[in-house]
Write a protein that binds this ligand. Structure first.
Ligand code: AP5
Ligand code: MG
Length: 229
């Protein structure tokens, strides 16, 4: 099971790109933010624990997050590969992932950084709506649903994430960006980091990700261009 990691600041477009890539590669998406939101919605002990950190814009502690991720990776559908959205977020998580994959004879084949400047991120998060059923993201200006308030993909209601309030957005940026730098460095050192320009339109970013995956062993069909590494 090889993994593709989608890296990026809060609001960079990881959750927008993950389903496009998953459709092309035919592997599941594992998104720790989505798993935490489901646990909060279901009122589980894990959800109650995680919520305190999410509402404050902080990262959930590594031990909780790594346990959640390893549990999800152990499920049968992840055996043939996985797209990770929002994990790893710290160097400790990156190392735990490397070890877990190595035990299965697998590795991170590519870590794709969707690179977006900070001023754009605030706009993206404050205009975001996501669906209740699966967290599919929309934007009131950049990516509108066909029917207002309803997810195009599964028909569920759209809502605004509680951590997309302006004060929590600022806290997420302040508290999470330096850890992201550590994770970027981890993958730069292991030679699998690919960077794509996330300021382009959604379709163009998807094409750039496909191009970046050429030569990594995870190659979507029909890709001929090569993105900047
Ligand atoms: P998580 O849910 O992972 O949130 P995040 O990383 O802050 O990222 P976002 O989901 O906000 O952004 P995104 O990159 O997915 O952007 P999107 O595609 O939606 O985590 C939430 C919380 O859970 C964390 O704060 C933390 O507390 C906890 N957590 C999760 N994982 C953790 C971990 N591993 N360790 C510890 N704690 C963890 O796009 C944003 C908006 O922009 C959308 O409206 C979209 O329509 C629009 N958009 C996307 N692409 C484009 C484009 N190219 N042009 C114009 N608009 C675009
Ligand atoms: Mg997301």
């Amino acid at each position: 099971m090889n993994a593709v990691v989608l890296l990026g600041a809060p609001g960079a477009g990881k959750g927008t790109q993950a389903p496009l890539l998953a459709e092309r590669l035919g592997v599941p998406i594992v998104a720790t933010g989505g798993l935490f939101r489901a646990a909060v919605r279901d009122g589980t002990p894990l959800g109650m624990d995680a919520r305190r950190y999410m509402d404050a814009g902080q990262l959930v502690p590594d031990d909780i997050t790594v346990r959640l991720l390893l549990d999800r990776l152990g499920r049968a559908d992840a055996a043939h590969g996985v797209i990770l959205d929002g994990f790893p977020r710290t160097r400790v998580q990156a190392q735990a992932l490397d070890e877990a994959l190595a035990e299965r004879g697998a590795r991170v084949a590519a870590a794709v950084l969707v690179d977006v400047p900070a001023e754009e991120l605030i706009d993206r998060m404050s205009g975001r709506w996501i669906c209740r059923a699966a967290g599919h993201p929309y934007h009131e200006r950049f990516s509108r649903p066909h029917v207002p308030g309803i997810c195009d993909l599964d028909g569920s209601e759209l809502y605004q994430r509680p951590d997309d309030r302006p004060d929590t957005i600022r806290a997420r940026m302040a508290q999470q960006l330096s850890a992201l730098e550590d994770v970027i460095e981890h993958y730069r050192q292991s030679g699998v980091l690919k960077t794509v320009d996330g300021l382009q339109g959604i379709r163009e970013v998807a094409d750039a990700i496909n191009a970046a995956l050429v030569g990594t062993g995870i190659e979507p069909a029909g890709t001929t261009e090569r993105a900047a590494g």
